[in-house]
Design a protein around this ligand. Structure first.
Ligand code: SER
Length: 313
């Protein structure tokens, strides 16, 4: 990774990954793109271009003009939005991905795109979900993610594009809110804890999903991209998780700092059904064995940091 193009750079992962990559690889070497242009450090602190990822020609031109050797493709609709607008999700998630892979193929770039726990479905083993297992998702987002994993592997096998990916769990962060995901409650609960000392969860009690704190997710992307390719048996995509939690677990962790924090429930049937179709806890051992994946934040440590950072914010 020397000269990196990011799509979706103003999103939840992109905004923090852009800053991190600029600090590691140099500001001029990270070209951020997004469909919007906002008043953000992503736009002001280094090269930025407006890009709709369904515009193949413009994506190719930006990559070529900047001599990039790496493409990190993040632009996508998340699970709950994709369920509301399935055709848009297919066109954007798959159309954007194929454009990004084609650009990587033509310009000989290394390639990263995130997959998700959403790539799994109700027939997948719920606990210690293996790296290689049944993948029959029942959401449009999941269909996109499995197709994306297969397509990325295809580009590696057929064309030799150095594609790599991670099956991210819900990502928790304090800089940019996620939008339209099923795991978003686990971010909102911290914002509401600071604002109102109370949260109403749209995900039901006892519903476990995997989560990870953003600093661990960013480091995992860099570590995977820098990993020795001869050590990688898998490519698209590796299971990675730091914790498996239900809403009441996050609430209990918050109560260590705010004993009166109140949690109640108003379950959204659409997002609850998506959550129930996903695993409870995935097994990250392939990522650990093949490229040394490690998460530094567990629930307690993440909660202390989130509350601290949000208070300042
Ligand atoms: N956070 C994502 C979502 O909920 C999962 O990949 O859609």
């Amino acid at each position: 990774m020397k000269k990196i193009l990011l799509t979706g750079a103003l999103g939840q992962i992109g905004s923090e990954l852009t800053a991190k990559l600029r600090s590691v690889y140099g500001s001029d070497n990270v070209i951020a793109t997004d469909i919007r242009e906002t008043d953000s450090h992503v736009v002001h602190n280094g090269p930025f271009e407006k890009l709709d990822v369904t515009d193949a020609e413009k994506m190719f031109d930006i990559a070529k003009k900047n001599n990039v050797d790496t493409i990190i493709h993040l632009a996508a609709l998340l699970s709950a939005t994709a369920e509301k607008k399935p055709l848009l999700a297919w066109n954007l998630n798959m159309g954007g991905l194929v454009n990004a892979l084609e650009t990587a193929r033509e310009l000989d770039c290394q390639f990263f795109t995130p997959s998700s726990i959403g790539a799994f479905g109700p027939s997948t083993p719920k606990n210690s979900t293996p790296q290689d297992t049944i993948m029959r998702p029942t959401t449009m987002y999941g269909v996109n993610k499995v197709s994306g994993e297969l397509l990325s592997d295809y580009y590696f096998q057929k064309f030799g594009v150095d594609t790599r990916g991670l099956r991210f769990p819900g990502l928790i962060s304090y800089e940019t809110m996620p939008g339209g995901g099923t795991t978003d409650y686990a971010v909102e609960i911290y914002y509401e804890a600071i604002k109102n000392n109370a949260y109403t969860s749209y995900i039901g009690e006892g519903t476990h999903m995997d989560m990870m704190y953003m600093p661990d997710a960013l480091q995992a992307i860099i570590d995977l991209m820098e990993a020795d390719p001869s050590k990688l048996d898998h490519r698209n995509s590796f299971n990675v998780s730091a914790m498996s939690i239900a809403p009441e677990d996050a609430a209990a962790a918050i109560r260590v700092h705010q004993p009166d924090f109140k949690l109640d429930y108003d379950v959204d049937p659409v997002r609850q059904a998506i959550a129930e179709s996903w695993p409870d806890a995935i097994d990250s051992s392939a990522a650990k064995a093949e490229w040394g994946f490690k998460a530094n934040f567990d629930l307690a440590k993440m909660t202390a940091d989130m509350l601290d950072k949000l208070k300042t914010k």
